[in-house]
Write a protein that binds this ligand. Structure first.
Ligand code: HEC
Ligand code: HEC
Ligand code: HEC
Length: 99
């Protein structure tokens, strides 16, 4: 029994795992991103935001990936803007920019 089970693992599950890893989606984002800033680095929980916001379009255009115009203006408009509108998430400088 045990041998049979192990065989199943070796023959089916492991190759499946390898196949999954090899063909991993091209577009992958780190769970947490750190944006360096002279004003104090900003730690952004990409996974957390993706989980509770669901829709990538809250921050991305059609194709999620690097944001071409990412920087101060984008961040203060899109990031801070949403926090203000929803009354949730940091809106004070020091709560995003940590020294
Ligand atoms: C919701 C989070 C958030 C809040 C609140 C916020 N910022 Fe930022 N800020 C960012 C992000 C993200 C960037 C982009 C950093 C980057 O491009 O690497 C940024 C960029 C900047 C930059 C450009 C820094 C650099 O090194 O290029 C300055 C200056 C700045 N913020 C000042 C402020 C000040 C002052 C306040 C308060 C009035 C503030 N920020 C509030 C998230 C925030
Ligand atoms: C709350 C805002 C927000 C949401 C929602 C969001 N993202 Fe992002 N995402 C970002 C930011 C900010 C970056 C960094 C942009 C940059 O560095 O140019 C990023 C970067 C990425 C990258 C590029 C990572 C890299 O290192 O090249 C991918 C891929 C990505 N996101 C996919 C997604 C997908 C898929 C979804 C929806 C399931 C999603 N994102 C939802 C804000 C968001
Ligand atoms: C469309 C809305 C929306 C956008 C866009 C958005 N956020 Fe948020 N963010 C939220 C909400 C809602 C919370 C509060 C989550 C909670 O209380 O569980 C939050 C929480 C946070 C927090 C504190 C909790 C944590 O995850 O560490 C930080 C820091 C933060 N956001 C940074 C950012 C940055 C930086 C960006 C832009 C790159 C961004 N957010 C874009 C809605 C948004």
């Amino acid at each position: 029994m045990i041998t049979a089970k192990r065989n199943l693992v070796m023959k089916r599950i492991i190759p499946l795992l390898i196949a999954t890893m090899v063909s991993a989606p091209i577009a992958m984002a780190a769970d947490t991103m750190i944006f360096p800033s002279i004003n104090g680095n900003v730690t952004f929980n990409h996974k957390g935001h993706t989980d509770f916001l669901k829709d990538c379009k809250n921050c991305h255009d059609k194709t999620p990936g690097k944001i071409a115009n990412f920087g101060k203006d984008y961040a203060h408009k899109t990031c801070k803007g949403c926090h203000e509108v929803r009354g949730r998430g940091p809106t004070r400088c020091g709560l995003c920019h940590r020294k």
